[in-house]
Structures are given as structure tokens and as C-alpha cells.
Ligand binder design. Structure first.
Ligand code: BTN
Length: 244
């Protein structure tokens, strides 16, 4: 495995994307840093981390013949790989909050940012950025954030966790082509946060709040919800926010 360890960088995703633009990179090149100074999150948000408490890394993955319409396979595989690794460390109540936040109980402990490189109808490669709150003690203005250490009595060795996650990610991603979308969807849905219970959602445009039940995901990776009126709808990431 090609692993690049940096003392400090603005964003491991940005670094890896730039590197891949400049030179051909081996599949599964990994970049990690102690200090990420301008971590990037979903929807243009930032990502908070500390040198001691966080595990920050990005993986460059090459894909062979992965249609863009199946892009959600990547999120599902990465989520399942992380869940499997956390199970080895006996972290309880691990779930995936659609599309790809990993939760321990009601706290978000992992953020994932997948940035794809496209050629026509296909994803040729992705930079998969992962930020894990291992033992960050407090989060400024982030009431829903938590750390693995909040849920575990034993001290988690960051390097052991990192190696375990890389192993799990390597095997899962290498298998991506052989697993059908429907098969992955079933596995992913088995770990879906707040599935089949009433949750509060917010329409980010109107600010309107409503109750609905998460039923699963669609064949495009959208969230399938059932409203109080019994209506089923499929929603994209920008169309609603789960407040739970
Ligand atoms: C989210 O908003 O939930 C996604 C956060 C992703 C953060 C990780 S940390 C490593 C990589 N580098 C970045 O700048 N972002 C991702």
C-alpha cells in the first residue's frame, strides 16, 4: 500500500486530488495527517479535528467500469467497511445515517466525503476522505458530534484502528465490482439509522418541518421516506435534513 504521512495539510482530500491530477497514482494510495487545518465536509461545511483525538485520512481508489448511476455503491461499501472495523473494537450502537455519516448512538463519530472523477458515464476514480473522532473531548457548536471514546470503556489505539479500517476498506472496495447494488442495499439498510421510526425532517429551502419514517433507500441511493399521510417519497441529499 502506498501511504503518505504528513505532519500538517489543509485537507487530505484536496492534497490527494491535486496529486492525482499531477501524476498517475497507484490504486489505494492513502494520505493521512496529524493536523488538518482546513478540513472539508459535505455541503460545503468544514470538518473539525484535533491532532491527538482525530483520525484523518483520504484514499485514492481506481474503479473499473463503475457507472455514475451506481455512485452510491461507494458510500455503501465505505460505510459497511467502517462498521465492520468498529465492530472489531466493540463499539456499541453503530449505525449509518444516510447518506454516509457513521453514528454511535445519537452522536456522529465519522464523516465521509467522496469526490469522484468522471469520464463520460463512468466513475474512473474517487478520493474518499474519512474523518474519525476517536477521542476528541468537545466539539465547538456541534451538539450532534461525538467520539468513539464516549462509547468505549477501553482506550482505543489510533494506529491499530487505522490499520484495521484500511484492511477492511481495502477488501470491501476491491469487491465493489462483484457485489450487485441490490445486495449492498440490503446490507446497508440493515444498519440504517432511525429506520422504521418516526423522525423529524426539515426542508432546507422552506425551513418547513415534518414527521416521516425512513423506509430504506432507492436504487439510486436516495432516501425513501413515508410521510404521516402515508405517502412514499424518494429524496436527495439537498432536499431534506434529518433532525431526529
Ligand atoms: C462530513 O461533512 O460529514 C464529511 C467530513 C469529511 C472529513 C474528512 S477528514 C479527511 C478528508 N479531508 C477533508 O478535507 N475532508 C475529509
Amino acid at each position: 500500500m502506498n501511504i503518505i504521512k504528513l505532519h500538517a495539510i489543509d485537507s487530505t482530500n484536496s492534497f490527494l486530488k491535486e496529486l492525482a491530477r499531477k501524476e498517475p497514482l497507484p490504486d489505494f494510495t492513502v494520505v493521512t495527517t496529524q493536523n488538518q487545518t482546513a478540513g472539508r465536509g459535505q455541503r460545503g461545511n468544514g470538518w473539525y479535528s484535533t491532532a491527538e483525538g482525530s483520525l484523518i485520512f483520504s484514499v485514492y481508489k481506481i474503479f473499473d467500469h463503475l457507472p455514475v448511476i451506481q455512485h452510491f455503491k461507494i458510500s455503501m461499501m465505505v460505510s459497511l467497511a467502517l462498521i465492520e472495523a468498529f465492530q472489531l473494537f466493540d463499539i456499541p450502537e453503530i449505525k449509518v445515517k444516510w447518506p454516509n455519516d457513521i453514528m454511535a448512538g445519537n452522536k456522529k463519530i465519522v464523516g465521509i466525503l467522496v469526490e469522484n472523477n468522471l469520464m463520460g458515464e463512468f466513475i474512473t476514480s474517487s478520493v474518499i476522505g474519512i474523518g474519525i473522532n476517536v477521542s476528541v473531548k468537545s466539539f465547538p457548536d456541534l451538539p450532534q458530534a461525538g467520539s468513539l471514546s464516549f462509547s468505549s470503556d477501553s482506550v482505543i489505539n489510533k494506529e491499530e484502528l487505522f490499520q484495521s479500517i484500511l484492511k477492511s476498506l481495502g477488501t470491501h472496495l476491491a469487491n465493489l465490482r462483484n457485489v450487485r447494488f441490490e445486495e449492498l442495499k440490503t446490507l446497508y439498510e440493515a444498519h440504517l439509522f432511525r429506520k422504521n421510526v418516526i423522525s423529524v425532517f426539515e426542508d432546507p429551502l422552506s425551513g418547513k418541518r415534518f414527521n416521516a419514517v425512513i423506509k430504506g433507500i432507492s436504487s439510486q441511493g436516495e432516501l425513501v421516506i413515508e410521510t404521516e399521510e402515508g405517502l412514499m417519497s424518494q429524496v436527495g441529499v439537498k432536499e431534506l435534513r434529518l433532525l431526529f
